[in-house]
Design a protein around this ligand. Sequence first.
Ligand SMILES: Nc1nc2c(ncn2[C@@H]2O[C@H](COP(=O)(O)OP(=O)(O)OP(=O)(O)O)[C@@H](O)[C@H]2O)c(=O)[nH]1
Length: 610
Amino acid sequence: MGGVLLVAAVGLALYTLISLRMETMEAGRKTAEVVNLALSEQIELTLEAVDLALKGAKDNLARQGLASYRQDPERLEDMLRDHRIGVPSISALYVTDDRGDMQAYSGFAQARQINISDRDYFLAQAMRRDTGLYISTAHIGRISQRWQIALSRRMESSNGKFLGVVVASIDINYFESFFNAVLPLKGSTAILLRRDGHLLVRAPRVEAAFDRDFRSSELFTQIDQQEYQGTYEATSSIDHRQRLVSFRAGQRFPIISTVSLDKHELLSPWRLNAWRIGLAAAVSIGLIGGLLSVINRQLLQMERQAAALAASEERFHHLVEHGADILLVLDETGKIIEANQQACIGLGYTREALLATNMDQIEISVSSAAPEPLAPEGRPPAISTTEAHYRRAGGEEFPVEVRTSTVHLRGRPLLLIQARDISERKALQELLERAAKYDNLTGLPTRPVFIDRAEQALVVAGRMHRMVGILFIDLDRFKAVNDQLGHAAGDTVLKEAAVRLTDCLRQMDTVCRFGGDEFVVLLPEVESEEDVRIVAEKILIAFEKPFELGVAAMSVTASIGIALFPNHGRDVEELLCHADAAMYQAKQAGRDELRTYHEPPDDVPGGGAV
Ligand SMILES: Nc1nc2c(ncn2[C@@H]2O[C@H](COP(=O)(O)OP(=O)(O)OP(=O)(O)O)[C@@H](O)[C@H]2O)c(=O)[nH]1
């Protein structure tokens, strides 16, 4: 694409340059031809005028006879002057006898001493009767000492005897002045040749070229081919410059005229235009090149961005597809429109089946706040985290932690759900909660459970005007079991103690292990202190039986302190404290005893027991 544009720009510039050059050369050719036409016409008119003057003088001499003028040369000169008048091109008109001696010279008497028998124009007329008008080669006049050409006609007697010549000289300056006036361009030349190839006039003048023979030049090759007129390009043999030459053969005289335009000068405006066009083309090509380079860079950048995007999409797809979480995309109606591999595995569906399923078939409960409705476009996605239960294709339920956010895809609001199976986390959580609530060794509830249940029991009892009994139980000399039979035997005693305590209680009662060998019993809804004491006594009896500890059996009794709501305290902590104090009294009484807390008299610090 870029290459084509560049080639087109270069091609257009070259085509324009070539066309302009051809047009310039054609215009030059026409100019040279028109100028040459005017030039040759003027030359022939000049030669005709000169020939008329020659003929007039010759006729006069034929009528009067040259001999009649011999007596009076001045009259002859006057006659010649008369014929010269009105022909400005003639610089001199003169007559010779048959030996070439000057008989009369228009306007210059001293010229009578001169002999011209050696001149070509004299010899041509003397030698041949049929010469007619003869145009001489260029020569320097013996009187004028200037370059000139001579036109001559023969005089003869009635029987054909040569009597002399009548001659008209034309100063070459005369031709040069009007040649120079019509030359259209600097460096142009105009030439007048004789038909036999001798140079007569050249503007601008090059004297060395006068009388040179041009028969072997390109001009004569062209004349031989085109005969009368034409145009060609050649290098000048005189100044070696390239020229466009228009030539024209005379119609009434044996002459050839040429007008030659200097190609360098002719093409000068074209060269200027060529520079401008070349510069414009270079700028255009530069701009196109620059533009293409910018486009190319942008294309490369886009390619790189597309590759980076594709790589990022691939990574994202991999993460989504092979992530550990279930990913679902829902439309406004809750229909699943996209799902990852983990969603299919975790929910037990094929992808096709999942994409034909609505979310309410999957989600069976939401344990915390439901996600907001789809957020409108332009607002940041509202992300909410909830816990819920999902149902697998086989009907099995499992807990999940769900992160929900809204996304907009081409203006359409969609719900993105990321769900994580938290079955294991839940199981562990339950385990920990249970560990906190239940004693690991005996399986009895722990202190927090006791506090919780006792508070509830106090509330109910307060409302019903009933009593609640609390027994604080501590095994007697339990340390001795550990010391004598080992820690495992101690554990066995503790477990067996838990069983015996439980067996002494109602369904609604609670026995807890507070730690070590301490147990606390909650007796809600009791009618009287007596009911509580009965339970306590029942416990003491239950501990009378020795504990079977493998190789040995060992008797471990218990000491019990009793506190009653509302008599011995209004809250759980106070009641526990008082039950503990009563149990301490039982220990003090020798162990294997029970004591009920009683308010100490005002002057006695601490609590007492009965
Ligand atoms: N085997 C076993 N021993 C425990 C456990 N927790 C506490 N103990 C022991 O139980 C004993 C409790 O002793 P104390 O209540 O201080 O004293 P005691 O020997 O019972 O004497 P009195 O309470 O004064 O009758 C300590 O030696 C503890 O190391 C347990 O889980 N298993």
